[in-house]
Design a protein around this ligand. Structure first.
Ligand SMILES: Nc1ncnc2c1ncn2[C@@H]1O[C@H](COP(=O)(O)OP(=O)(O)O)[C@@H](O)[C@H]1O
Ligand SMILES: Cc1cn([C@H]2C[C@H](O)[C@@H](COP(=O)(O)OP(=O)(O)O)O2)c(=O)[nH]c1=O
Length: 193
């Protein structure tokens, strides 16, 4: 089973990945969790470029694709082939949202990814107001840099919301306490099994 959690920064993805993984382990399932960008060489370069000043959108897209190709080959596909539950914190829907918000063509981003990246069985889109998300990660959105970030995140949120009609997608209200978000995800899984 391949499960992906998406949403803008601060929506609670890494919190929910951990809660969900613990729940599957309690059911006796073997679980693998991971995240993108990865901790591999391409992912490290992406985090560095974010720290040292941004690459162009095209360069970023290229790096995310390289990082993801390696992730699929080395971890995602082998884990699924072994019958494990694979839970990911971000996947190519983040590329559609973030690099799409920088002006790249969203359908083309999707095509380039789906050429090699398997579709998830479940995509949970954690949705939260941008101001609340920024509050959770400690940014108030009132410096020039944060103001710019706020606008970009707003676009990302809209792109994530547009994915809710995908047959494998489920919109999750991330504004409620974390235990309640976890319950929403578990009941969506139970309904679709
Ligand atoms: N449902 C929730 N309500 C309030 N705070 C939350 C909730 N879920 C997570 N948090 C807190 O918000 C912050 C961001 O959560 P995190 O899981 O790191 O988000 P993400 O991985 O999406 O960036 C953390 O401090 C976390 O403890
Ligand atoms: C996977 C992915 C992430 N990103 C961005 C989203 C985040 O701002 C950043 C991820 O960095 P990370 O440090 O993992 O942040 P978070 O804890 O919020 O997930 O990279 C893209 O722009 N494109 C992508 O394809």
């Amino acid at each position: 089973m391949f499960i992906v959690l998406e949403g803008i920064d601060g929506t609670g993805k890494s919190t929910q990945v951990q809660l969900l993984a613990d729940w599957f382990v309690q059911q006796g399932r073997e679980v693998v969790t991971s995240r993108e960008p990865t901790d591999g060489p391409w992912g490290k370069r992406l985090r560095e470029s974010a720290a040292t000043g941004r690459a162009t959108a095209e360069e970023e897209l290229e790096l995310f694709l390289r990082d993801r190709r390696q992730h699929v080959e080395e971890l995602i596909s082998p884990s699924l082939a072994a019958g494990k539950v694979m839970i990911l914190d971000r996947y190519y829907f983040s590329t559609m949202a973030y690099q799409g918000s920088r002006g790249l063509d969203i359908d083309e981003i999707r095509r380039k990814n789906e050429a090699f990246a398997p579709l998830p069985d479940h995509l949970f889109i954690l949705d939260l107001d941008v101001d609340l998300a920024l509050q959770r990660i400690g940014g108030r959105g009132d410096t020039a840099n944060e103001f710019e970030k706020r606008g970009a995140l707003q676009k990302c949120r809209e792109i994530f919301l547009s994915l809710r009609t995908e047959p494998f997608a489920q919109l999750i209200d991330a504004s409620v306490p974390m235990e309640n978000v976890h319950e929403q995800i578990k009941s969506a899984l139970a309904e679709r099994r």
